[in-house]
Write a protein that binds this ligand. Structure first.
Ligand SMILES: [Zn+2]
Length: 85
């Protein structure tokens, strides 16, 4: 099963959880919080996060969403191209 890194929003602890792709971990192992954020497994981002002390997760999420929007837009353009006459 894949290994995920979570960050607790309440106590700021990072911890690894092993669970299935379709499952989701929702409880902090260090405090009773259920406000967890999955941390993307990218080494250079993980290093940034230790330096700045957080917030990188949100930026990554935004970047992924922007990327997805661009892809969607490009696909849409391609579909709307006139297929000749
Ligand atoms: Zn916690």
């Amino acid at each position: 099963m894949p290994k995920y890194v979570y960050k607790c929003i309440d106590c700021s602890q990072h911890f690894e959880v092993i669970h299935g792709i379709l499952e989701d971990h929702t409880t902090c192992g260090f405090c009773p919080s259920t406000k967890l954020m999955r941390v993307p497994q990218m080494p250079h981002l993980a290093r940034q996060e230790t330096q700045k002390g957080g917030k990188v997760g949100d930026e990554v999420k935004r970047a992924i969403e922007e990327n997805r929007a661009i892809l969607k837009e490009e696909r849409r353009k391609r579909v709307e191209l006139p297929d000749g006459d």
